[in-house]
Write a protein of this length. Structure first.
Length: 151
């Protein structure tokens, strides 16, 4: 059985997953749904992009950060068909499921797979400290990839 501990806010008759950016969250998943078999089944992470019905901060994100988020979206996801789909609470026109995990500078971060929709369609701007760290991580990741390809 898959357990997931999320704080839920009741909105009308439906429930919405909501966390403030950088809020600590406890997460649990089944390893067979993870991109990384070494990822613990339970861990604490900082939340990024669990918006609910409103965008707390909007703006433009640099190309490197967008590339990094697109990479994470495709390569570092935790997906489970058992969890069902989440519909965007802002526009009610987009659905996705699963989470994106990033281990950066000793800290776990968990983003909804909806993150690209929130950025592209609603101009969501994650916290600057997260974006600064993401730029450093992406630069390191690209250099590591180039070194691997050269060998």
């Amino acid at each position: 059985m898959l357990y997931r501990w999320f704080r839920r806010r009741k909105l009308g008759k439906s429930y919405e997953t909501f966390f403030h950016d950088l809020q600590s969250m406890q997460y649990s998943h089944l390893k067979e749904f993870s991109y990384d078999s070494e990822l613990p089944e339970q861990f604490e992470a900082k939340a990024i992009g669990w918006l609910g019905k409103e965008v707390p901060l909007s703006g433009e994100i640099g190309a490197d950060c967008i590339d990094a988020i697109r990479f994470l979206h495709s390569e570092c996801r935790i997906s489970s068909g058992q969890l069902g789909y989440h519909t965007c609470g802002i526009c009610n026109r987009y659905q996705d499921r699963g989470e994106v995990h990033l281990k950066m500078e000793g800290q776990d971060y968990l983003l909804p797979r909806m993150i690209l929709h929130y950025i592209d369609e609603h101009k969501y701007l994650p916290p600057i400290e997260f974006l600064d760290g993401l730029e450093r991580w992406w630069s390191w990741h690209r250099k590591a990839e180039q070194t691997t390809e050269a060998n």
